[in-house]
Design a protein around this ligand. Structure first.
Ligand code: E4P
Length: 217
């Protein structure tokens, strides 16, 4: 399973990549706004220069034609760019055309197995079921991830499943168990995954004992 960072915050991306476990980034217009970027192109190109893996960038047009024009322009910004397109009539039409042009697509705002299947049939490289947002409305977000993984396996789709809208470390464990190819996580969740209170106590105790052994304790 791969880990991506779900952020447009450059410091967080730098720190995550430095740890050596982050192989991609997903952004969306809300994350770009939150990070304070006004120049979308510069933001994306800077992120791509740091992460050197798939970087998902979302289109904002509402019509298929506009989505395709936006996607073709964004795809030229960097070889690492993947175009995020929401699942809807216009999005489906756009992703079917773009996939045939070898522009990689990530189906975003995916909330059902039917939507994921349509994305795969349209040739998308990734689908992103939004786990946390489904949980918020009383649906089993990670159950959907497991269903999509199982269906894609059964029919041999090459589309990869990104567990998105991850809120806490338990989501990452569940995503791994559900067979998600990728989990895209906020930076805070990455740090929560690293740390464990018993590790912290253990490190302090080993340091203490090593100092005692050296006669410094
Ligand atoms: C995925 O690619 C989205 O950017 C993201 O996971 C949305 O998460 P949210 O529900 O926390 O906004």
């Amino acid at each position: 399973m791969h880990l991506y960072l779900d952020t447009a915050d450059i410091d967080q991306i730098r720190k995550g990549v430095k740890l050596g476990v982050v192989s991609g980034v997903t952004t969306n217009p809300s994350l770009v706004y939150k990070a304070g970027w006004t120049d979308y192109k510069s933001a994306v190109q800077e992120i791509c220069s740091i992460v050197k893996g798939p970087v998902s960038v979302e289109v904002v047009s509402q019509e298929a034609k506009g989505m395709m024009e936006e996607a073709r322009a964004i795809a030229k910004w960097s070889e690492h760019v993947v175009i995020k397109i929401p699942m809807c009539d216009a999005g489906l039409e756009a992703m079917s055309v773009l996939s045939k042009e070898n522009i990689r697509v990530n189906v975003t705002l995916c909330f059902s197995l039917n939507q994921a299947l349509l994305g795969a049939l349209a040739g998308a490289s990734y689908v992103s079921p939004f786990v946390g947002r489904l949980d918020d409305v009383g649906h089993d977000g990670m159950g959907l991830v497991a269903e999509i993984v199982s269906c894609f396996d059964r029919y041999g789709f090459g589309t990869q499943v990104i567990a998105a809208s991850i809120r806490h470390p338990l989501h990452c464990i569940a995503a791994a168990k559900a067979g998600a190819h990728i989990a895209t996580i906020p930076y805070g969740v990455l740090t929560q995954m690293v740390n464990h209170p018993l590790t912290t106590v253990g490190i302090a105790r080993f340091l203490e004992d090593s100092q005692k052994a050296a006669g410094k304790g």
